[in-house]
Write a protein that binds this ligand. Structure first.
Ligand SMILES: *Cc1c(COP(=O)(O)O)cnc(C)c1O
Length: 441
């Protein structure tokens, strides 16, 4: 078959048989689905040899790009030994090692690790554990959760209850638990003349007022540290996390750090919460955890929480489970990912990469249609001033025509590139983004 025919046939079969996520399928009458035949490094290739720079790390997961030789080798090796065994009543080397290493990355503060298969499940696990902890501790009235305006914690019903993105949430409102959004420390919302830190303190006072009144019913505050991703890369001052930690301590409320997007070096430190010098009570991880190879999520918590479930009574235990809990291949991919962080000194190397990207995007940042150009670690974002409702889709197509995979959130364009992006690829990203912007009026 002609390669271009293979492209066409595959995308047509996809439209017929696959229900794609986060998509009004009818839009694919005009917007083509992109067939991908293979991928290498930062590049995705179709059957024709057309290529796309994966500037969003395939929904924020492929930290080291595609086909990373060391992760490939680790998985090939693991396949010769054990692909999977149920984790209830059984254990294996990769899951034990991963739990030990993740705990060590929190300085040992979070001593136990529970596994799920995706980010939303990690949120569910943390919420259920928090509620169940308070119940086991004689405080069954603590049944409510609070989160930030513009938060995103996943799209299963529990996770959606603490998510505040109208497009994803409003349709399902009758199915969801009530949850009160706290003002977001997003510095774009600061009053004129107020610094990001001032704004963080201002929002922390609102959190304090809420907790003062409602702490006896509140189980946990769930929060995306430093960057609220799916809301459009809202960035904020670490002071908010310090304040939130202190308030949660004062009012006996758990702090759940959802680092599903911000973890694994994305914000410039291994975990984003490190930049505030705090430790959460629960830490949710997924996305980059396997370097983009296999679905896996983890919730780490304090031994004190673990101990509140340790009892003769079965129902005081945490009976939650997923079939693929602690899958050996996924854990092995995660171990290989952690190895790369050590071998390549990734956090330090990323600082130089981030400087190169910021330097290369000066013209873009100064563009007359660009507002609030911002960066945290290895995330860049900006808004387009004159964007209409269809801008995102049109920009996506204009970028694709210039070999770039960029997927705006509303009128926010962002870069979340693989950490291995080269100088030439950075240059291409910067110039082609400008061109795509010029082409999208
Ligand atoms: C992506 C994401 C989730 C949900 O993860 P899924 O694997 O898509 O279910 C939750 N929280 C944050 C902060 C995320 O970015």
């Amino acid at each position: 078959m002609q390669t271009s025919t293979r492209n066409t046939v595959l995308l047509e079969r996809s439209r017929t048989a696959v229900w794609h996520p986060c998509t009004q399928m009818k839009q694919h009458e005009t917007l083509p689905i992109v067939p991908i035949a293979r991928a290498q490094g930062c590049w995705l290739y179709d059957f024709d040899g057309s290529r796309y720079l994966d500037a969003v790390s395939s929904w924020w997961v492929n930290l080291f790009g595609h086909a990373e030789p060391r992760i490939n080798a680790a998985l090939t090796d693991q396949l010769q030994q054990l692909e999977h065994v149920m984790l209830a009543g059984f254990t294996h080397e990769p899951v034990v090692q991963l739990s030990e290493r993740l705990s060590a990355l929190t300085g040992g503060a979070l001593g136990h690790c529970f596994y799920g298969s995706d980010g939303a499940s990690a949120t569910e696990i943390a919420l259920k554990m928090s509620f169940h902890y308070w119940r086991n501790s004689g405080q069954p009235d603590k049944t409510e959760f609070i989160s930030l305006a513009g938060s995103y914690h996943g799209e299963t019903l529990g996770a959606l209850s603490v998510t505040d993105v109208a497009l994803f949430k409003d349709t399902y409102a009758p199915l969801l638990r009530r949850s009160t959004p706290m003002p977001s420390p997003d510095w774009r919302q600061a009053d004129a003349g107020a610094s990001p830190r001032d704004h963080a303190l201002h929002c922390a006072r609102a959190l304090e007022r809420h907790l003062e009144q409602h702490h006896t019913q509140t189980a946990a505050l769930i929060i995306e540290p430093l960057v609220q991703g799916a809301a459009g890369m809202a960035m904020y001052d670490p002071e908010y996390l310090r304040q939130a930690r202190a308030l949660c301590d004062r009012y006996s409320v758990h702090l759940i750090a959802d680092e599903i997007m911000t973890g694994f070096g994305r914000t410039g430190t291994f975990f984003a919460h490190e930049q505030a010098g705090i430790t959460p009570d629960f830490l949710c991880l997924s996305k980059g955890i396997t370097g983009g190879y296999l679905p896996l999520s983890a919730v780490l918590t304090r031994d004190r929480v673990y101990e509140a479930f340790y009892d003769d009574a079965v129902t005081r235990g945490f009976l939650h489970s997923h079939s693929y809990t602690g899958n050996a291949l996924a854990c092995r991919a995660a171990l290989a990912t952690l190895d790369i962080f050590e071998q390549d000194d990734v956090i330090v190397a990323n600082r130089a990469t981030a400087q190169r990207i910021t330097a290369a995007t000066q013209a873009l940042a100064a563009h007359r249609r660009v507002r609030d150009f911002r960066c945290t670690g290895m995330i860049w974002a900006f808004e387009v001033t004159d964007a209409d409702a269809t801008f995102g889709r049109r920009f996506f197509e204009a970028a694709l025509a210039r070999e770039l995979l960029l997927r705006p959130i509303g009128n926010t364009i962002y870069f979340m590139p693989p950490y291995v992006i080269s100088n030439a690829e950075v240059a291409l990203l910067a110039t082609r983004t400008l061109e795509a912007l010029e082409a999208t009026k």
